[in-house]
Design a binder for this molecule. Structure first.
Ligand code: SLL
Length: 167
């Protein structure tokens, strides 16, 4: 495929996870009893309006080895995966592009966040907005860790240029 010289294209993406406490209604018969949270890891268009399948062919999420079949392949949008668990760990996110892009796959690393902590949480605590259990532990709440990023394509193929500029 012909590459277009001296052109560099960027495609904004967002990736990360959202987490909620695992409610009893969400437990399935095979959910391990020590699981406390339900989370979704994703790669998506930042605006939420577009789906990325015109340039992304597949996303492979590699989970912690404590999970059965830790390599999870998502072949179509939405490129996301929902699981339950008890612990935080690093998720490897491998992005493969459509063949006509002729681009190397890229690997992102995302630290799965389950627990509330950090400046935002400290502020809520200071303002007395966090409900505590009788033992002084914060009542589990929705948590997220999301990153905005840009895919950069240097000297894209003509097809990729067309794909990215006609949207
Ligand atoms: C650690 N960071 O250092 C932790 C590992 C592993 C989390 C966290 C569930 C696994 C399952 C799960 O939440 N694993 O029961 O399928 O040890």
């Amino acid at each position: 495929q012909t590459r277009v010289k001296e052109v560099s294209l960027t495609r904004p993406i967002m990736y990360g996870n959202v987490t909620v406490p695992l409610e009893s209604a969400d437990r399935r018969r095979d959910t391990p009893p020590d699981h406390t949270h339900k989370w979704t890891v994703f790669v998506r268009d930042p605006s939420g309006k577009d789906d990325l399948s015109y340039c992304i062919k597949r996303v492979i999420f590699k989970l912690h080895d404590t999970y059965p079949q830790p390599t999870r392949v998502v072949e179509q949008p939405p490129f996301e995966l929902t699981e339950t668990g008890w612990g935080e760990f690093e998720i490897q996110i491998r992005i493969l592009f459509v063949p006509c892009a002729n681009e190397k796959q890229i690997v992102l690393h995302h630290h799965l966040k389950l627990h509330p902590y950090g400046p935002q949480f400290d502020k809520l605590m200071a303002e007395g907005k966090v409900e505590l259990t009788s033992t002084g532990v914060p009542v589990a709440q929705a948590v997220e860790s999301i990153v905005y990023d840009e895919l950069v394509f240097n000297e894209p193929t003509e097809s990729l240029l067309e794909l990215l500029t006609t949207r």
